[in-house]
Design a protein around this ligand. Structure first.
Ligand code: SF4
Ligand code: SF4
Length: 359
């Protein structure tokens, strides 16, 4: 008997070689955090390489010294960085948010400490005490490091005699320590959702050619647990669903109260999504990517890694969740040069040209 029309083979799903996940995201986070903590300790010509000395009205940037009359250079540098961020977001999506934003980095570090203490210390009270002790230590050192960009770090940590913080230094160290502790330990994704202005403008920077995270519903639906030993949809010859059925199943799975529960399917008719929820549990923004691309997604890729791990475990091809532009998802070529990217590139080149001319 032929399969029902909504389960017919449309085209074979893409195959990808099974390979161990690259831990590049963790390596990048460690490198960026390490760079931040190292930055105030770098020396250049006998002075701190990066020091915004406000009382002396002198900014040292790796051998370049700026005085109050050079304020335009500093503003120009900020304009270059802001334009570069806009261009990066247009071309690659929210990769800054997902991989380099301080809120993401410190939330990841605090989350790692939380998981590590809970795993190693079985008694909850002991784990909570250890977690808060470590969080407080990291937060305090972060505050000292940040203030060390504005006040010589060696004097701050007392390596040039006794530690004698001024009232302002004490205030800002404690302020940034508290902000780090609160934002990374407790608020986490709420900072991105409710406080970050960049998150508000991101949707207007992205368009149909900007990469986003996508769940391949035609391959994954209908989702569900199944006994081991059955291959993926490609091995079973089921293939991909048609787009309408796939989006119908996804919608019904996401809105059971509205659309009614998904019918139960025989395991050989299921798609490749095991409904294990690994992608949901790991999402720092508490999203279910299977409900479709979401403007709050920070493109961190954690759901991709989590799902690929499950796919490898079940000997299914990786890539059930993938990064692609909406146009690429419709088999159309991605356009890198578009009016908005050309405008950002032009602005960047003009700013860089002015900067080089002034220097
Ligand atoms: S949906 Fe995926 S990429 Fe987006 S924030 Fe969640 S884990 Fe990160
Ligand atoms: S991790 Fe993959 S298999 Fe598991 S629920 Fe998410 S999409 Fe489905």
């Amino acid at each position: 008997m032929p399969p029902p029309s909504h389960l017919r083979l449309v085209e074979p799903p893409p195959r990808r070689a099974a390979r161990a996940p690259l831990r590049w995201r963790m390596a990048l986070s460690c490198a960026l955090l390490g760079a931040f903590y190292l930055l105030p300790w770098l020396r250049w010509d006998g002075r701190q390489a990066l020091l915004f000395d406000l009382p002396a009205r002198r900014f040292d940037l790796f051998g370049l010294t700026l005085w109050p009359q050079d304020l335009g250079v500093l503003l120009g540098l900020l304009a270059v960085l802001a334009t570069a961020l806009v261009l990066l977001t247009q071309l690659a999506g929210r990769v800054w948010c997902g991989h380099a934003c301080p809120q993401t980095l410190w939330s990841g570090l605090f989350g790692w400490i939380e998981r590590a203490t809970a795993r190693r210390l079985r008694r909850p009270a002991l784990a909570a005490a250890a977690r808060h002790l470590l969080w407080a230590g990291v937060a305090l050192w972060t505050g000292i490091t940040f203030v060390g960009l504005f006040s010589p770090i060696q004097a701050l940590v007392g390596s040039q005699g006794g530690p004698a913080w001024s009232g302002w230094e004490t205030f800002w160290v404690l302020f940034y320590a508290l902000a780090t502790w609160g934002n990374a330990g407790f608020l986490r994704e709420q900072v991105c959702l409710d406080l970050c202005p960049f998150a508000r403008v991101c949707p207007s920077l992205c368009d149909a050619d900007t990469p986003q995270m996508h769940y391949l519903a035609r391959r994954g639906e209908p989702r569900g647990p199944r006994p081991p030993g059955q291959g993926g949809v490609a091995d079973r010859g089921r293939g991909l669903l048609d787009a309408v059925s796939a989006s119908d199943y996804s919608f019904r799975a996401a809105h059971p109260a509205l659309a009614g529960p998904l019918p139960r399917f025989a395991s050989d008719r299921l798609g490749d999504c095991l409904d294990c929820r690994a992608c949901v549990d790991i999402c720092p923004m508490a999203l279910d990517i299977r409900s479709g691309p979401h403007p709050d997604c920070i493109a961190c890729g954690a759901c991709v890694d989590a799902c690929d791990t499950q796919m490898r475990r079940w000997h299914f091809p990786a890539g059930l969740i993938a990064r692609a532009s909406p146009r690429a998802m419709q088999q159309q070529p991605t356009r890198w040069l578009r009016p908005r990217t050309l405008a950002a590139m032009g602005t960047l080149l003009v700013l860089l040209g002015i900067g080089l001319y002034r220097l």
